[in-house]
Design a protein around this ligand. Structure first.
Ligand code: SF4
Length: 407
């Protein structure tokens, strides 16, 4: 497995915002360090397809269709979804390379502060125009969390590393670009211009933050980045926030249940913010991603202990309910087709393919599909104000309802 940098690019927001996290992460038991999720693992496989295409100019993601792509946890099938997403990334990098007349560095190892060998990262693609611009491109396979390109610490880390690799005097300007094809409701390719000075100034921010991380009393400061922190389940600062946020006298309630000999699953009293207090509501909303992550990491930790035969008080592992499955579906279908009195429709269901699948059918095509489709209105969901999707107001809803009644 690749060695992870202590002060990594992907953790830059965290260790700059919460200097104490570096020590806390270093003290984690080995089995909790560098754990990956299934989402990250699928992203690793998609990155691998993109990397192989860009290293060998003749490959397309389509060439990997149905190949098993190894990642850390498992092998992933290179399916339609992965091919479509990675194609957008590969085509963008190749187009920009042609436009800039640039040299392309794939999976480029960068060190933003040349004096620090514990601070490094790997940029997906770096384009260097001789004595001109650089563009650092990062592929994000995730669909669930929108990653902003603006002032993005991870990207500035890569950008500065690329500038240092080439030499600041040989660069006239920079662009950092996020390609995130599977995230709905936003631009897929998002470039952000930054000057060489912006990146060099960011180097000073990292130097100052690095000094903070080495202090024995480096503070733990919760923030948005807690959702990605490996130490979240053990973090006293996040723990304190969790207690403040939701639970009254939790320990007392557990003790009471245990005294009665029952597995504690107490109904706790939660302290909700006052809905008329905008500041309290805002603070509580800001905490939710971190608390969600805290919950996931605590569950993972307990499961991991039990899988290693380390008892967890009041808890155990059980099997999830699994649905029945056919032993040999192909043989079964043949048998049923030959069975007297049974029609095909009795044991199979027919459904139209999705619009995306139908567009690829020869003789149907995109124009026909577009003519037959409509975009149903999605339900409302609460997101952060910086989310790129347009805001829906009560007035919009009212106007829509009016349109509808007048039809
Ligand atoms: S969970 Fe948040 S506050 Fe705690 S160490 Fe990690 S980043 Fe810092």
């Amino acid at each position: 497995m690749a060695k992870h940098a202590v002060l990594s690019a992907s953790g830059a927001s965290r260790w700059i915002g919460c200097p104490g996290s570096v020590r806390l992460c270093a003290e984690l038991p080995a089995r909790f360090k560098n754990r990956t999720s299934v989402y990250a693992d699928e992203g690793t496989a998609a990155h691998s397809v993109g990397e192989q295409c860009l290293r060998d100019g003749s490959f397309l993601p389509e060439d990997f269709r149905n190949h098993l792509i190894p990642a850390e946890l498992k092998e992933w099938v290179c399916n339609d979804d992965m091919i479509q997403a990675v194609t957008i990334y590969v085509e963008y990098v190749r187009r920009r390379q042609r436009e800039m007349g640039a040299n392309l560095f794939v999976e480029a190892r960068v060190r933003p502060l040349p004096e620090r060998d514990d601070m490094y990262g790997t940029a997906d693609a770096v384009l260097v125009e001789p004595y001109g611009e650089i563009e650092v491109i990062d592929y994000k396979h995730g669909a669930g969390v929108y990653v902003s390109e603006v002032d993005n610490d991870q990207m500035k880390f890569y950008g500065l590393g690329a500038v240092e690799n080439v030499g600041p005097l040989n660069i006239s300007g920079g662009k950092i670009t996020i390609v995130q094809p599977r995230c709905q409701g936003t631009e897929t390719v998002r470039p952000w211009d930054c000057s060489v000075d912006d990146l060099l100034n960011f180097g000073d921010v990292m130097r100052a933050a690095r000094i903070e991380t080495e202090k024995l009393d480096a503070p733990l400061i919760p923030g948005d980045y807690c959702r990605w922190c490996p130490a979240a389940a053990l973090c006293p600062a996040l723990n304190a926030q969790a207690e403040l946020a939701v639970v009254d006298d939790f320990a007392e309630v557990i003790a009471e249940h245990e005294a009665r000999g029952v597995v504690p699953e107490p109904e706790v009293t939660v302290t909700l913010p006052d809905s008329d207090d905008p500041d309290a509501l805002y603070l509580a909303l800001c905490m939710l991603p971190a608390l969600d992550h805290f919950k996931k990491r605590v569950v993972e930790m307990a499961e991991d202990n039990l899988e290693h035969n380390i008892p967890v008080r009041g808890h155990k592992l059980v099997r999830k309910r699994a649905n029945r499955a056919w032993v040999d579906p192909v043989a079964l279908e043949t048998r049923l087709r030959n069975k007297k009195g049974v029609k095909v429709g009795d044991f199979t269901t027919r459904a139209l393919k999705s619009p995306a699948q139908m567009e690829k059918v020869a003789g149907i095509g995109k124009a026909f599909v577009a003519d037959q489709c409509h975009n149903p209105k999605g339900g409302l969901t609460l997101v952060r104000a910086e989310d790129p999707r347009p805001e829906v107001t009560l007035l919009d809803e009212f106007a829509d309802a009016l349109d509808w009644t007048q039809d």
